[in-house]
Write a protein that binds this ligand. Structure first.
Ligand code: 5GP
Length: 255
């Protein structure tokens, strides 16, 4: 197959030019980083699992009317997505205190928050993705008040839906990070969910044991990272019970 033009390489994914105008190919790598690149490693098979998990979740969200960039999965490590103009914000939705909010406010990890909290971080590695207010976002022109309203209401709907979906398979959705993009059709712009939803950007805890089934296993050196991601996929019903989810190897799986 002809080499496609690589447009961008991030920490966990590569974006290639898509087969038609307005499309991109999103390739999921096995690379894992934490602490803004301070720690890095390879989790064999992670890319395959995240490609499948994110496909599944994006399709379920589309069924309830959430617009997303996802078009279809192409192979074990790649999916076709709409080309969007990424809004430079990370939208974090929290149900239970963990990670940076627990540290920032001295709340014990695992404490249920009085209500769901939505936070915005400015996507900028050099600045370590700082927490920002809605005023910062509007003043610096990263998004307008209407975009912010759209992102917040979509984020809350995604949270409601995913809490139910994960609750049904014995998993608590502690928190997660979303990214949004602007999708243009002629002069019409709409905001769509972009990037991925996977154990790389969600905190997922087993309901019974509170065992972590997400990237915190890598961040905190807890071991069995791939097994945790596989367990999430298995419970979502997208891995055969006894299987390994197909080819867990490297880039040679690209077709
Ligand atoms: P925290 O702010 O507690 O570190 O992260 C909150 C949630 O957002 C966690 O589920 C975490 O995985 C996700 N998150 C925040 N920033 C990033 C990021 O830069 N990359 C990824 N993969 N996830 C993030």
């Amino acid at each position: 197959m002809a080499r496609r033009r690589q447009l961008y390489e991030g920490k966990a994914k590569i974006l290639f030019e898509g087969p038609e105008p307005g499309t991109l190919v999103q390739y999921f790598k096995d690379d894992a980083t934490a602490g803004n690149g301070a720690k890095s490693g390879i989790i064999t098979g992670k890319g395959v699992l995240n490609n499948r998990i994110s496909e599944h979740l994006m399709l379920r969200l589309q069924e309830i009317g959430i617009p997303t960039h996802f078009i279809r999965r192409i192979n074990m490590r790649e999916q076709l997505v709409k080309e969007v103009e990424i809004i430079p914000l990370e939208v974090v939705i929290r149900n239970i205190a963990a990670g940076s909010i627990a540290k920032r406010f001295g709340i014990e990890e695992g404490t249920r928050l009085p209500r769901t909290i939505v936070e915005f971080y400015y996507k900028n590695d050099e600045l370590n993705d700082p927490l920002v207010s809605e005023d910062h976002i509007i003043a610096f022109g990263w998004a307008c008040p209407h975009d912010l309203e759209d992102m917040t209401s979509m984020a809350m709907r995604v949270n409601d839906f995913l809490c139910g979906l994960f609750g049904g398979i014995g998993i608590q959705l502690v928190d997660f990070k979303l990214e949004f993009g602007r999708s243009w059709e002629g002069d019409d712009m709409r905001i769509v969910l972009a990037d991925e939803i996977s154990p790389d950007n969600c905190r997922l805890w087993d309901n019974q044991t509170n065992e972590k089934l997400d990237k915190d296993r890598f961040r905190r050196d807890l071991g069995n990272v791939r097994e945790a991601y596989q367990e999430v996929a298995r419970r979502l019903g997208i891995l055969p019970e006894a299987g390994n989810g197909g080819d867990m190897k490297g880039p040679e799986t690209m077709q």
